[in-house]
Design a protein around this ligand. Structure first.
Ligand SMILES: Cc1cc2nc3c(=O)[nH]c(=O)nc-3n(C[C@H](O)[C@H](O)[C@H](O)COP(=O)(O)OP(=O)(O)OC[C@H]3O[C@@H](n4cnc5c(N)ncnc54)[C@H](O)[C@@H]3O)c2cc1C
Length: 389
């Protein structure tokens, strides 16, 4: 089987890339090791949610993905309030001030995943999909790469795209060096119904025990992402429903009351991963395979979709350079993405380190920093523009 491009990993990023290239004329294949989860038949809510930026929404819309989302499961965020770890410092962001309809939309992972996969499978000249399928080996040649599946099938391709997440197997096969450190934290996620309306405001508290975010869901519901050290995460997950609700109310300074757990807590280990190179001959990395960042800025998927937007643009505009695996094209992608990725890695890693440091002088400085930034519209606007892209 011969292809122009084989994408390994059909998460949000890999599946979006294949969808975005439908008009490119490229012969593409997607290899995904797990069957996508079907939507549940009941009214339950997925505790894994994402804040999707307006830039990402525009991209998903352009490729007929966003239109497939059930609008009753999407919550726009109009304002965002971020609090320091003293009782007063804070910074506020407003869609109205930014001249935007919303700062982001909160969506459930499985809803978005289903929308992407439906768009992927419904396109004309659909890509070849191998799912569930396990890769056994990749062999690199000057003119192509050979991917062998565990069932013995072989795919020859001009370009391999690694979109297989933060522990990327493709990245390992290509011997791309990474610097990696575990944050020794878990992102504990859960959904609640609330007594007080959230008014579509996203709240975030930088606390000594981690970062607590409460994001609006449709109706009187909120979704929690509490990034906290492993021991505290285990404690949170061991609490009874009632205890967890009261604990979250208290940690959120009683911004919400009468919380009731509607989706049980789950935990995700958090790691920082910086890759030494995004490309190699006949290989390109996108999404978490290319960068693993702390979720405190809610930017992982958005950063991955920005990779996809740039790669799709470069491959679509390749003109007379017919070979999609041409290394100069791939280098163009790497150059275009390096700065954005590094900035996001530095900001999220730096903020995480800054706010877990117990030093009282540093505590005063970081809280002062929040307050000052809140009063500097120019800097605030620049921060916001990056998060909106
Ligand atoms: C607690 C938490 C909260 C978060 N909140 C946000 C948020 O609000 N906003 C945001 O933008 N981001 C957020 N993120 C980050 C986001 O989850 C990731 O950035 C995003 O899921 C990465 O997508 P991906 O497609 O690159 O990788 P993945 O989602 O990891 O997908 C990789 C896919 O590859 C498949 N795969 C793996 N290995 C192979 C193989 N060898 N062969 C074939 N297939 C393979 C997997 O089955 C999977 O489907 C959050 C992360 C965490 C942990």
């Amino acid at each position: 089987m011969k292809f122009d491009m084989v994408v390994i990993g059909g998460g949000l990023v890999g599946a979006s890339l294949v969808t975005a290239l439908k008009a490119s004329g490229l012969k593409t294949a997607l290899i995904e090791s797990r069957e996508p989860l079907p939507l549940p038949e009941d009214e339950s809510w997925d505790s894994r949610v994402y804040a999707i930026s307006p830039g990402s929404i525009g991209f998903l819309h352009d490729h007929a993905i966003w239109q497939r989302m059930d609008a009753s499961r999407v919550a726009p965020v109009y304002d965002m309030a971020v609090f320091g770890d003293d009782s007063s410092s804070h910074i506020q962001f407003s869609a109205y001030e930014a001249g935007m309809a919303e700062l982001a939309c909160i969506v459930e992972n499985r809803q978005l995943q289903t929308a992407v996969w439906t768009a992927l499978q419904s396109q004309n000249g659909s890509p070849e999909i191998f799912c569930p399928a396990q890769c056994a080996a990749i062999t690199w040649h000057a003119s192509h790469a050979e991917i062998r599946l565990e069932d013995g099938r072989q795919l020859d391709t001009a370009l391999v795209v690694g979109a297989d997440g933060v522990n990327s197997w493709v990245r390992q096969q290509a011997n791309i060096a990474v610097s990696r450190h575990p944050y020794q934290q878990n992102g504990v996620v859960a959904n609640f119904s609330t007594g007080l309306p959230h008014r579509n405001v996203a709240h975030q508290w930088f606390r000594r025990d981690g970062v607590l975010a409460l994001l609006p869901l449709p109706g009187s519901r909120i979704s929690m992402v509490w990034s906290t050290d492993d021991a505290h995460a285990a404690e949170l997950r061991a609490l009874s429903d009632e205890q967890l609700c009261r604990h979250v109310e208290e940690a959120a300074s009683h911004t919400f009351s009468e919380l009731r757990l509607i989706t049980p807590p789950a935990g995700f280990p958090l790691n920082f991963v910086h890759v030494s190179s995004l490309v190699k001959p006949r290989l390109v990395l996108v999404g978490d395979a290319a960068h693993g960042i702390h979720p405190l800025a809610g930017q992982g998927v958005n950063l991955g979709l920005r990779d996809v937007r740039k790669l799709a643009e470069i491959l679509n505009d390749r003109g007379l350079q017919a070979d999609v695996g041409d290394f100069t094209l791939l280098r163009r992608y790497e150059c275009a993405r390096k700065e954005d990725i590094l900035a996001m890695e530095l900001v999220t890693d730096g903020l995480q380190k800054l706010f877990i440091n117990p030093d009282p002088t540093l505590a005063r400085l970081r809280n002062l920093g929040l307050e000052i930034t809140n009063r500097l519209p120019l800097i605030k606007n620049q921060l916001m523009q990056h998060a909106l892209s």
